[in-house]
Design a protein around this ligand. Structure first.
Ligand code: ADP
Ligand code: MG
Length: 401
């Protein structure tokens, strides 16, 4: 089996199509026994061997065990559940057998894309359902019969209430970013959804942070789970070593000067994600910086979904180099070209800090996180220093102080 990697294929667009290979049966991928068709797809994606979390979690998931997996941002958690899920479903059945719950629409789109790539050569169909887009299109996709559904809890519940979506045949359910789903008020919807799947289903929970408040959820919905914790710190919070974490003290009224000083000193080809607390703050800052001549856009939950898609797609393909976002972009998004994350406003808590700065320095790449410590952020900053480690922090001062 010699797969052609995507990059190679793009370079030789007129190369002969691949010889059809025998993809029946199983083979070995870095010590894991998987369907040959799955291995063909993931090698094509450039996944030559399992990442650490994949190596630790996939064997248990293939053995039908429930799993709680905690591993740092950008370590390959999506494929950790995506590979076993695509490997186990019956691609020819019209029943929903794999279910993935995620907190945001953009993450639903991204996870759908990755799972469709993994399942491509096995013919595994994957559909994403989420709010803000015409439900009719999603209904048509579901009626087609897709073995895997990825969705946000609200839209999933809506489709179940309309009797479009039947989760009575789910074999494997995944809660990606479970702590965030609880945090943003999806607890009831998650309960509604999971109660309507077979109690015999397999369940897995993935996040870079597993705070205490999700233990109740784990007790209720997971059966004797295998805990896989690849974050080494005893505090349970870990950021990747490849990210430089830089902090500036700055008063609120000076943040605008501060961001100009930062942006003036960042290399031309950087890709920058700036976080703000409020939607109105996102609009103000993106307008302000656009007025200074920067090509920048904003994204937040107050925008229409087509507009969100346009902005996110241009940021993904690199045509947009600067984006201001609310916490909606804090979780899960995988845009490997992001070189800088800037916390113009600090997040509400330390978990969100870990996830936000995790949008850079993914899968071994380097990245920079810049955080503005305002008048009200001393407590959070103190926590970050204590729990993540003073050795990881760099203090700098603005020239105007
Ligand atoms: P996480 O969910 O842990 O934050 P992702 O699942 O988004 O991380 O994966 C991070 C990046 O690593 C993605 O770009 C993904 O395509 C890539 N990736 C995942 N698994 C592998 C692998 N086995 N080999 C190489 N790259 C991988
Ligand atoms: Mg993820």
């Amino acid at each position: 089996m010699r797969p052609v990697r995507r990059r190679d294929r793009e370079e030789q667009a007129d190369a002969k199509p691949q010889v059809v290979q025998d993809l029946q049966g199983t083979a070995d991928w870095g010590g894991l026994e998987l369907e040959k068709s799955i291995i063909n797809s993931i090698l094509f994606m450039g996944y030559e061997k399992p990442s650490e979390i994949q190596e630790a979690s996939i064997p248990w998931l293939l053995q039908d065990r429930d799993v709680v997996a905690q591993a740092v941002t950008g370590s390959g958690k999506t494929a950790s559940f995506g590979i076993p899920m695509c490997n186990m479903v019956d691609p020819d059945s019209r029943d929903v057998q794999g279910l993935v719950l995620v907190p945001t629409r953009e993450l639903a789109q991204q996870v759908q894309r990755e799972l469709s790539l993994i399942g491509r050569d096995r013919g595994v169909g994957v559909v994403a359902v989420y709010g803000g887009e015409p439900i009719a299109k999603q209904i048509r996709a579901l009626e087609h019969g897709m073995p895997i559904v990825v969705g946000t809890p609200g839209r999933l519940k809506d489709l179940m209430n309309r009797r479009i979506l039947d989760l009575g045949y789910v074999k494997f359910a995944v809660l990606d970013e479970a702590d965030e789903m609880l945090d943003i008020g999806f607890a009831d919807d998650m309960e509604f959804i999971l109660k309507r799947t077979p109690s015999t289903r397999q369940t897995a929970l993935f996040s870079a942070t597993i705070p205490g408040f999700i233990r109740g959820l784990i007790r209720r919905y997971l059966d004797d789970p295998r805990w896989i914790q690849l974050v080494s710190s005893s505090k349970g919070l870990e950021t990747v070593d490849e990210v430089d974490q830089i902090f500036y003290d700055v008063a609120s009224q000076d943040k605008a000067d501060g961001i100009m000083e930062i942006l003036d000193n960042i290399e031309e080809d950087s890709q920058i994600l700036i976080f703000r607390k409020m939607q109105v703050g996102v609009d103000r800052l993106s307008k302000g910086l656009a007025g200074e001549g920067f090509a920048i856009k904003g994204i937040h939950g107050g925008m229409s979904q087509p507009e969100r898609n346009r902005v996110m797609n241009s940021f993904r393909d690199g045509s947009l180099r600067m984006l201001v976002a609310t916490n909606l972009a804090a979780r899960g998004l995988d845009i490997p070209t992001i070189s800088h994350v800037i916390n113009y406003d600090m997040p509400e808590n330390i978990e969100e800090y870990v996830h936000r700065i995790g949008r850079t320095a993914r899968m071994g790449k380097r990245g920079t996180a810049v955080s503005f410590i305002g008048e009200w952020d001393f407590e959070l900053h103190e926590q970050i220093v204590v729990k993540i480690g003073a050795d990881k922090m760099i203090r700098r001062q603005f020239s105007f102080y």
